[in-house]
Design a protein around this ligand. Structure first.
Ligand code: FHN
Length: 582
């Protein structure tokens, strides 16, 4: 057989023996698994509770790729480190012998779990097997595992035992795509699928309670959503409380329990479902000796807060070295994040998404009766404006203040104003706590007209609707952008203090090639249609007259919706100006 020649290793013989001995039939029967009965919302809530509460996990990408660490035969290989076999066009027979060099003598499970715990992480997801097929656990179904390396210790067993000991959830990453197993491609894929299920059975029966099965590599043509559904039922049959990510299928809402945006934070979260952003601390998942592009502690903390404020979890990656050490720059940052969480953890763990659609100075997380205001940009005048909050505030104080010294609050128009210290106690993120009466009641603060004057609705004051459309600034932009989905739309709330007729002007930019999309502006039951004219580029803004409207003295919602999308984006919308004409 082709792979016996190609691979020149015992794996082929093992597979043949297994098939001959009917292991396939045995696995076939065991992996069929009964369909799990439908799960009620309450049951799913109970199953997901620890994960939703925990918010913050450690991703570990570790394997043979840590040995070359981004370099092969003296040449640097670009891209993420764990893809070196693919990016470096390394044949499996040249790559697989790395197994005989794998000897991470400095690996210490307790040390790793201590680092995660100090960082405030509540779960660990480690690569049981990445795309290269090498298994960090003792598998009876392949020799291409850690027991066939000089290290000869079951790394996942040591890590799982330590996690169980320290009360951190242990979770497995497992790649469906496999560059090593000969059947993992083409017509023989069903055989590989049985092999994979057999390994998942090992991973879910030999290591105690597992928190999450984090699948990956699901994009291959051989893998289907239906197989994903069956696999999810099978593995949850082995551990009914198991949580499974959406890459068991095809990264959609189901199968799987949560969405997995990668290296990005969805602009408005993923409303209505559980989700987790996974992210590297530098530019690579697997260790690369020359990747020193570490994110700052400030960036990491603010990303954690941003994600949690949008209802998500944060899975932050470390890529250990071939010796078994988590790189010191990672450890330093994790220690700093942990110190911040020691003080501010109440504003993260067990919280739910912000009650506000947007805050110009930071983020918000909440618990029943409590709002945690995460202030990134401290108000120079000591007046923190909380837009649109209508609730009575029982008490306001700094979360870091053990004495909970009260902060003064006052109302101003639609807003609440909190008087805060002149200097930010924590320049990265100072948390102001508002204990409020009842459920958060927030009106969208209006842009108020100075009587008789034009009203300018700036992009920064708009409310966006959709997953991609968003406010963007910098580089000549101060506009609603990323309007790439015509279903997305935007609205403002304005207060007219002198009724009358208004001339409406729109300020936008759009490359000529993308011009032509049609839209409609709507307010107070009146509509003004328009078509986007090319202005030359995404940053060449021009003013376009739309027509006139009559507006009463009141709060109004003014929306702009696209009717179609001609080019790459509808437009970059900078502002709308309402000019009183009589
Ligand atoms: O190809 C993998 C990649 O190596 C890494 O494991 C990331 C982490 O989520 N997942 C895949 C790319 O989406």
């Amino acid at each position: 057989m082709w792979y016996l020649r190609k691979l020149a290793r015992p794996i082929g013989a093992l597979l043949l023996t297994s098939l001959a001995a009917g292991l396939l039939t045995a696995i076939d029967v065991s992996v069929a698994g009964a369909a799990l009965p439908g799960e009620t919302k309450e049951q799913m809530d109970r199953r997901m509770a620890w994960w939703r509460e925990g918010k913050f996990g450690m991703f570990i990408h570790w394997g043979l790729y840590a040995i070359p660490a981004g370099e092969w035969k003296g040449k640097k290989v670009s891209g993420i480190g764990e893809w070196i076999m693919h990016r470096g066009n390394i044949p499996v027979e040249e790559y697989a012998p790395l197994q005989k060099q794998f000897n991470p003598v400095k690996f210490n499970a307790q040390q790793w779990v201590d680092i995660a715990k100090r960082a405030g992480m509540k779960y660990i997801v480690i690569t049981s097997k990445h795309h290269d097929g090498f298994c960090l656990f003792d598998s009876k179904l392949t020799d291409y595992d850690v027991m066939g390396s000089p290290f000869r210790r079951d790394i996942l067993k040591e890590l799982a035992d330590e996690c169980h000991q320290q009360g951190i959830r242990i979770c497995w990453y497992h790649s469906i795509m496999d560059w090593y197993q000969p059947d993992a491609k083409g017509a023989n894929f069903p055989k590989y699928a049985q092999h994979m299920r057999g390994q998942l059975k090992e991973l879910l029966t030999n290591y105690g309670k597992i928190g999450v099965l984090w699948f990956d590599g699901e994009w291959i043509n051989e893998w289907t959503e239906e197989q994903g559904r069956q696999l999810e039922q099978y593995i949850r049959g082995l551990q009914p409380d198991l949580i499974v990510n959406n890459r068991v299928g095809k990264r959609k809402r189901s199968p799987g329990d949560f969405g997995t945006p990668e290296q990005t934070i969805p602009a408005t979260g993923m409303p209505g479902w559980d989700w987790e952003t996974c992210m590297t601390m530098n530019n690579t998942w697997g260790f690369k000796k020359d990747d020193h592009n570490w994110k700052s502690t400030e960036d990491i903390i603010r990303k954690l807060v941003d994600i949690v404020s949008k209802g998500g979890n944060f899975l932050l990656n470390v890529g250990p070295t071939a010796e078994g050490l988590i790189p010191q720059p990672s450890v330093d940052r994790l220690d700093a994040v942990g110190k911040w969480l020691d003080i501010n953890g109440a504003s993260i763990y067990g919280t739910s998404a912000s009650a506000f659609s947007r805050l110009s100075w930071g983020r918000c997380t909440q618990k029943p009766g409590v709002l945690y205001l995460h202030v990134f940009q401290w108000p120079a005048d000591g007046q923190l404006v909380v837009p649109g909050l209508q609730n009575k505030v029982r008490k306001a104080y700094l979360l870091a203040d053990a004495d909970r010294k009260e902060l003064e609050t006052a109302r101003a128009d639609d807003n609440l104003v909190v008087t805060v210290p002149a200097k930010a106690p924590d320049p990265i993120d100072t948390v102001v706590v508002l204990e409020i009466e009842g459920e958060p009641k927030i009106v969208q603060p209006a842009v108020a007209q100075v009587p008789g004057k034009p009203v300018t609705l700036h992009a920064r004051d708009a409310y966006t609707h959709g997953e991609t459309i968003r406010y963007e600034s910098g580089g000549g932009k101060d506009n609603i952008g990323f309007w790439t989905d015509p279903k997305d739309w935007v609205h403002w709330v304005l207060r007219i203090n002198r009724p009358g007729t208004f001339e409406v002007e729109m300020v936008y930019a759009c490359p000529n090639v993308s011009g032509g999309s049609q839209y409609v502006l709507e307010v107070a039951g009146q509509q003004l249609p328009g078509k986007v004219d090319g202005t030359g580029s995404w940053t060449q803004f021009e003013t376009h007259k739309l027509g006139t409207l009559k507006l009463s003295e009141d709060r109004h919602a003014l929306s702009v919706k696209a009717k179609n999308l001609v080019g790459e984006g509808v437009m970059n919308l900078q502002s709308i100006v309402l000019i009183p004409i009589k």
